[in-house]
Structures are given as structure tokens and as C-alpha cells.
Design a protein. Structure first.
Lengths: 148, 142
């Protein structure tokens, strides 16, 4: 069982500098050929300041900083048994190369649910990202499912 | 790439262009692991998948990326306000994912032209792997 005393726990902020190459690498792995992510001049032509981060880019700071693993350990769930249940984004501002993001992650709820395939724990996390100007850029909500 | 799209051009029931992805392959899973930083061996090592009792599966976030690609082929990315997915099924190497979606609601809300829609990613067996939704704010036709 996940540690319910962790509900409402906020973790220390983590930071991540956004690189142009990382934006490109992610869309290339996905196979998304939209040129706004690949070429600055195409992005500018389409009205962006620079090559913007793609809609699922925010998974990069989440995974590369290891913050998600830290949270999984802190709520005492078994990483090998964790599945990703839901992911939700609210886009507030574009994210561009050179931006320095700060993420604040919080455990919103931990619930136990029993279904056909046994019982599971549902862990809801919320992360707010701001940029180097302290402006909000994105809110993320993540549901982790720990199979028992 | 998404062409310009205006609020007035959209109707409830409109379908977004269907996106059929190339089969998911193992090299792609390794690339996605490196790009995203999700190195859970379940996604890249068949033995680890076997040990976990579910076999090698793709990163859910890779498939969310496919769904994002479909949406932003239709509506310019900068208009996207909200994007939510539920991971309903697992994707395995060689699966062919098709993304569809349609507009479910259109409204004007405190000066914004809001369009909402539902999204589905299915595999070649017509099983749903992602059920999702989006919300976009579109400009008026000049």
C-alpha cells in the first residue's frame, strides 16, 4: 500500500534547461515531422519565437531529473509494478530552447481501488512549471497505478 | 503541418484527419527511452517485460506523442490549451496505431473561442490504447 501520509506533500523544486536538440530528439523518436520543432525559420514563419517544445515534451524534465522515481520511492510504491494511468496538460505559455524550467510536484491523492484484476493504488500527482521569468508555463497531472 | 484554422470553420462532429503511424519498432522504443529519459527496462528489454509478466510494451508517453501529432497536424500547436489522455491498453512492438478524433463542443467563453474534442488511439486489432480529449482556443476569421 502506498504511504497515504504523503498526500499533499510537496517535493523540493527541480530545474531543467530546455535544449533545442532535446526538443528535436523527442519528436524524431515519435516520428512527428512537423517542421516547427525542427527548424527555427519554419517555427518563426508559423508565428513562434523559436522551435517550440512539442505537446508531450514536459515528460523530458520529469524523467531526466529523476523526480518521478524520487516521488515513487517516497510514496513507497513498487516501481516494477507501476503503470501510467493518465496524463493531462494545461498549456499556459510556449516553452522554447534556453528556457530554464522549475517544476514543483505535489502528491494530490492516494486511493485504493479494487477491480476484476485485483486491488490497486491510484496515485495522483500535479506539477506546476514556471520559466526563468517566474511565469507559469504548464500544469501537468499524472495518475500512477500500482498493481498489487 | 497544420494550416491556419478559424473558429468559424469548425463544426461539432468534424473529424480531425486520421493519422496512421508506422508500426512501432524496437529501435523506436530505444530512441524514445533516450529522448524522454524513461529507461524503465520494460520498454526496451524483452526479458524485463517477461519478468514483469506483461511482456515488452511501448512507453505510454510515446503513444500520447502520436495522439499529440494527430491533433497538431490539424490545429496549430500554439492554440492547444488542454490535452488529456487515459492509457487504456498496452502497445507492443509491431503494433500499428491509428489516431482519430472529432469535435464535440464549440463555445465562446469570456472572449475565447473554445473548441473541445475527443481522441482515440487504436491498434490494428481495433483495441483502444488511448482515450483522450483536447481543448483549443481558435482565432476568429478576419
Amino acid at each position: 500500500m502506498a504511504d497515504k501520509s504523503m498526500v499533499n506533500r510537496e517535493f523540493p523544486p527541480f530545474t531543467w534547461e530546455v535544449e533545442r536538440g532535446k526538443i528535436r530528439e523527442l519528436v524524431q523518436a515519435i516520428g512527428d515531422k512537423n517542421p516547427i520543432y525542427l527548424k527555427r525559420e519554419e517555427a518563426v514563419k508559423a508565428g513562434y519565437k523559436d522551435t517550440p517544445a512539442s505537446p508531450t515534451f514536459i515528460t523530458v524534465p520529469m524523467m531526466w531529473t529523476n523526480i518521478l522515481i524520487d516521488v515513487i520511492k517516497a510514496v513507497k510504491i513498487n516501481y516494477a509494478k507501476v503503470l501510467h494511468g493518465e496524463e493531462s496538460y494545461e498549456y499556459i505559455q510556449e516553452i522554447y530552447p534556453g528556457d530554464v524550467l522549475t517544476g514543483k510536484i505535489k502528491v494530490v491523492s492516494i486511493d485504493e481501488k479494487s477491480g476484476k484484476s485485483g486491488s490497486m493504488d491510484l496515485i495522483r500527482l500535479e506539477t506546476l512549471y514556471t520559466n526563468q521569468r517566474n511565469e507559469q508555463v504548464l500544469k501537468a497531472s499524472t495518475l500512477l497505478v500500482e498493481r498489487k | 503541418m497544420a494550416a491556419e484554422l478559424f473558429f468559424q470553420d469548425i463544426n461539432v462532429g468534424d473529424e480531425i484527419p486520421v493519422l496512421v503511424k508506422k508500426p512501432v519498432n524496437k529501435v523506436q522504443l530505444v530512441r524514445y527511452a533516450g529522448a524522454s529519459g524513461d529507461f524503465n527496462p520494460l520498454h526496451t528489454d524483452p526479458e524485463a517485460g517477461k519478468a514483469a509478466g506483461i511482456g515488452q510494451i511501448a512507453h505510454g508517453m510515446l503513444i500520447m506523442g502520436f495522439v499529440a501529432e494527430a491533433v497538431t497536424n490539424w490545429v496549430p500547436k500554439t492554440y492547444l490549451r488542454k490535452f488529456t489522455v487515459r492509457f487504456a491498453g498496452m502497445t507492443r512492438p509491431d503494433d500499428v496505431i491509428t489516431v482519430t478524433g472529432r469535435v464535440t463542443e464549440k463555445k465562446q467563453d469570456s472572449g475565447s473561442n473554445i473548441v473541445k474534442g475527443e481522441l482515440l488511439a487504436k491498434n490494428q486489432k481495433d483495441e483502444t490504447v488511448i482515450a483522450g480529449s483536447f481543448e483549443a482556443a481558435l482565432p476568429d476569421k478576419k
